[in-house]
Ligand binder design. Sequence first.
Ligand code: 3PG
Length: 213
Amino acid sequence: MSDKLISTLRHAPVVPLVQSDDPKTALKISEALIAGGLNVLEVVLRTDAALDCLEAIAKEFPEAHVGAGTVLSAAQSQEVIRRGATFIVAPGLDPASVKVANDAGLPILPGVSTATELTTAWNMGLRTVKLFPAALSGGPKMIKALSSVFRDVEFMPTGGVSAANLPDYLAVPSVLACGGSWLTPAGAIEAGDFNAITTLAKEALSIAAQARA
Ligand code: 3PG
């Protein structure tokens, strides 16, 4: 992981997912999140327009850390780098994607959910991983159990994280940051209520500050 990204996440340990089928909407979502203090955004490849959304956000907000999520292959890894992603998140561990990211000098957080997958990631030199799906994989207790063995690994749990359980995750010292879609609810986006997203971002940061105090 790059030092700058890690230090940003230590101050604001929340990574919102940005999902849209329209770059203009994606820009509004990103603007709302950044206004709320969240500068690390994960644009997920789950719509036909996701790559265009990623490129638009990376161009418009060069001061933010704009990463690509739901990256499944080496080809997608190459494409998101070409579109301006500054980090890569994946639901699982794909060695070919890790190689592409490493060769480009980009941080990659592959998803793991077992000790065996984490062992494979660790032996590839990775020390920051996503735990996915975090809640179904055992949540904070699973991270504590893994951390007792993998003492130099930091986690970004994603999948089932919410404002309600954010403090439980952030209370685990090896949690670098939590990711999730609760900050960008589809209902608010459809209603054009981007202020609601800024409010959720601020709320998450205040929960994080209390959890880490
Ligand atoms: C991910 O892509 O990391 C997860 O699907 C996000 O899960 P969530 O919607 O429960 O936050």
